[in-house]
Design a protein around this ligand. Sequence first.
Ligand code: ADP
Ligand code: MG
Length: 320
Amino acid sequence: MLLDLAARRRVLFLGGKGGVGKTSIASAVALSRARAGQRVLVVSTDPAHNLGHLWRRTVGDDIVRLDTAPGGGHLDGVEVDPERTTAAHLSAVRATLRRIVPEHLGGEVDRHLDLARDAPGMHEAAVLERVADLTEQGLAGYDLVVFDTAPSGHTARLLSLPETMGAWTDGLLRRRDRSERLGGAAQMLGGRGESEARRDAEIRSVLTRRRERFTLLREVLTDPGRCAFVVVLAAERLPVLESVELVEQLSTLQVPVGGLVVNKRSPADAGPLLAARHEAERAHLDALRERLGHLPLDEVPLLGDDLVGPDALDRLAGFL
Ligand SMILES: Nc1ncnc2c1ncn2[C@@H]1O[C@H](COP(=O)(O)OP(=O)(O)O)[C@@H](O)[C@H]1O
Ligand SMILES: [Mg+2]
């Protein structure tokens, strides 16, 4: 399921609980598409990054090459650093605000933003802006972008943000509209300088640019022709319940769900302990199918060795 889906979409999101195999599966599917000749970017937004570990190299906040395939495809990767992203986001907001407010309130802006750095939602807003950025960059320079996301609840909240952020930017733009109209009137009366008009135009362009970025993200996220969300889980009671909940949340957000990957499935024929687990898992999978039977499902077996490096990922992709 997942490999077919990846071949027919431009953007994939992989979500699910920590430890279920999101990063491994994201890398496996990304590698497989790169080996099919595509330009692929894998983006980790989980603060608990392990993309680097998987590829036995340092991956950071800047895009690096992870694999070059003989057929002309390649795989790039990036781990979004929430601290750096938040700092960059705040300094952009600071620059914009400092241009909006009168000079003597500059210190106020700084104090406000220093407090905002640790405010709830700030990391999310910053990471979302980065996701929007990388989506735009990905659509322009890659055939496929695979987002390896943070655990479920966090991601669903994140995906609902473009709307909120868009509304916020809209509000600011409307206020600019009003003040520009007033400013225009003042200018006719000779009370407003050219530099102020230029500043207004600049602020407007920053806000419009931001608005466009969120609109694009929202459009991509809700376009079943370009994007799909895949839920990765283990065949256990809580993960099944959480996955059902996540799929419901995604449907509410109109984000198309492409399917489910049940990872680390215990074998039936490798001793009594694993056989018992296999049976228990079957009951949970039945419950899953009862609720989400309409979604395609891949089962990936529990593998005995460490999943590190391209050969192991290639083997993992064989199950998708
Ligand atoms: N099918 C599998 N069989 C065995 N180990 C697996 C399998 N899939 C993932 N793992 C291992 O499970 C651990 C967590 O996987 P990871 O991809 O980092 O999960 P996540 O990104 O969801 O936290 C890693 O050590 C990985 O090698
Ligand atoms: Mg991970």
